[in-house]
Design a protein around this ligand. Structure first.
Ligand SMILES: *Cc1c(COP(=O)(O)O)cnc(C)c1O
Length: 375
């Protein structure tokens, strides 16, 4: 196997050529309008709506503040049904809103919240469902909507992985009452840090925009206890520029993901995530499931060995959110109650995938996995 000189990380942020960003900076310096719904903020919102195929978008300084604010906007309280298989911010947003998370298991194929298990977790205190389109794989949005409608629950999708993902030619961002996005450095589309809420009507957009700006409706009117979660002009300008590249980024990711798939397909004990029929993925992640019984080695063994070869994979999502304090004390977090999520989190490994990665490097990673298996 070829020696890997520089470590291959699980991701590497995409940036446009610096000289292309300079005119944007000159513009900001000339106007001295640095934040509070400036020119680039407005331009980025409009461009995003157009690109993503959504009606209204509210920009945020990051995805976590967008999640917190989404829960405030819909006045969610009591208990919320959510998944343990996500980035920890999904549940933290509930906790910070004084809401009790109720964990429900995931589907073995998609790793998304299992709709068949939601109803058993509904109590008189349940007010909403917070599912996650994990790795950009769309949740079973139809079933979730049917359950939410029947029990009069709100649905907020954590769509932080789902930038540009479509099902049946339609964006997945229009499902649920609100969808929350992240433009963090590690995501398919980044503004260094950043986030957004997708909503369906003007009055909700107005409410969210008030909330993210301390609750100010105008100079002297505060409509409620808001927060400061605004996106600044630097981030918004970068967003406008990044948007010109995102199509190309996703195309490159797709080519690399196909190369991985083609190569790893023949290794017994390595399961690959299927892109569901009718779905346009953004190829944000390349997760593999290591079945120790067949592969002969554990996921952690593979992870450590890859690291020795300078390949820095990540165990997204291990441990489960339900295994972190303070959540592990919750009844719904008890060992054995989330069997699919518990198993997947022991077997999952995300391999390096980013637009600058080369096919040679993909082949190197695959070769290394064969080596670890010992053929
Ligand atoms: C990245 C991420 C978040 C948090 O977004 P930030 O912009 O980093 O605050 C929340 N949920 C999921 C699923 C994420 O991947």
């Amino acid at each position: 196997m070829k020696k890997i000189q520089n470590p291959l990380f699980v991701t590497k942020s995409f940036l446009p050529p610096l000289e292309e960003f300079e005119p944007y900076l000159q513009d900001i310096w000339a106007s001295k309008w640095l934040t509070n719904n400036g020119k680039f903020h407005q331009e980025f919102e409009a461009a995003l709506c157009q690109y993503l195929g959504v009606k209204h978008i509210c920009l945020f300084s990051n995805g976590t503040l967008a999640l917190l604010t989404a829960l405030q906007a819909l006045e969610i309280s009591g208990e919320v049904i959510t998944t343990p298989f996500s980035f920890v911010a999904t549940t933290h947003a509930l906790w910070w809103n004084n809401i009790k998370p109720v964990f429900v298991d995931i589907e073995p194929e998609t790793f998304c919240l299992d709709p068949m298990k939601i109803e058993a977790a509904i109590s008189p205190k349940t007010t909403a469902i917070l599912p996650v389109h994990v790795y950009g794989t769309p949740c079973d949005v139809k079933r979730i909507k049917a359950i939410a409608d029947l029990h009069k629950l709100k649905v907020i999708y954590d769509a932080c992985h789902a930038f540009g993902v479509k099902r049946g030619g339609q964006t997945v961002l229009n499902f649920g009452d609100l969808s929350v996005m992240s433009f963090h450095a590690t995501k398919v589309f980044n503004t260094f840090e950043g986030g957004a809420i997708v909503c369906h009507d003007k009055s909700m957009k107005k409410r969210i925009d008030f909330l993210k700006n301390f609750g100010f409706a105008n100079e002297t009117t505060v409509v409620g206890p808001g927060i400061n979660a605004k996106m600044n002009e630097f981030q918004a300008a970068l967003g406008v520029l990044q948007l010109k590249y995102v199509e190309d980024i996703i195309k490159k990711r797709k080519i690399l993901a196909c190369a991985y798939r083609e190569n790893l397909r023949t290794i017994d004990g390595i399961r690959l995530l299927q892109v569901p029929e009718n779905t346009e993925s953004n190829y944000g992640y390349f997760p593999i499931v290591v079945d120790q019984g067949i592969f002969g080695r554990s996921r952690d063994y593979v992870y450590e060995k890859l690291k020795k070869h300078n390949i820095i994979s990540r165990r997204y999502f291990y441990p489960l959110i339900s295994q972190f304090p303070p959540y592990k004390e919750l009844k719904s977090a008890r060992k054995g109650l989330l069997p699919v999520a518990e198993k997947v989190s022991q077997e999952i490994l995300c391999l390096p995938l980013y637009p600058d990665l080369s096919i040679d490097e993909v082949d190197c990673v695959c070769e290394c996995i064969r080596l670890i298996k010992g053929r």
